[in-house]
Design a protein around this ligand. Structure first.
Ligand SMILES: [Zn+2]
Length: 106
């Protein structure tokens, strides 16, 4: 089954679909807010300090920015970019997180 890449991809997609469905359900249940970042947002490729974008092969674990000179762990850099991107994202209901007043629409 795993030798069939298309089938394996479909199974993996279904797993992520269920994971996201559960996150949406649980955040609604607890009155929290789920923020979803665009799947193509370059969180690993962008310098969290100056915004420079460069290719980052998976085996490169440290982001070394040629523009500002920062050297930072790849995952920490990506997590800072994701934290900073919250204002640019769309929440699970399709509204911009920046437009959210904290109230839910009925
Ligand atoms: Zn930089």
């Amino acid at each position: 089954m795993l030798a069939n890449h298309k089938l394996a991809k479909s199974i993996a997609d279904q797993g992520f679909y269920e994971f996201r469905r559960q996150l949406e359900y649980k955040t609604r249940w607890y009155g929290s807010k789920l923020v979803v970042v665009d799947r193509f947002f370059p969180s690993s490729k962008t310098c969290s300090y100056c915004g420079h974008v460069q290719d980052m092969p998976l085996n490169n674990r440290t982001y070394d920015c040629p523009d500002c000179g920062i050297s930072i762990d790849r995952d920490l850099n990506a997590s800072i970019n994701l934290r900073n991107a919250v204002g640019l994202t769309v929440n699970a209901c399709g509204r911009s997180a920046a437009d959210s007043s904290g109230r839910s629409r009925k």
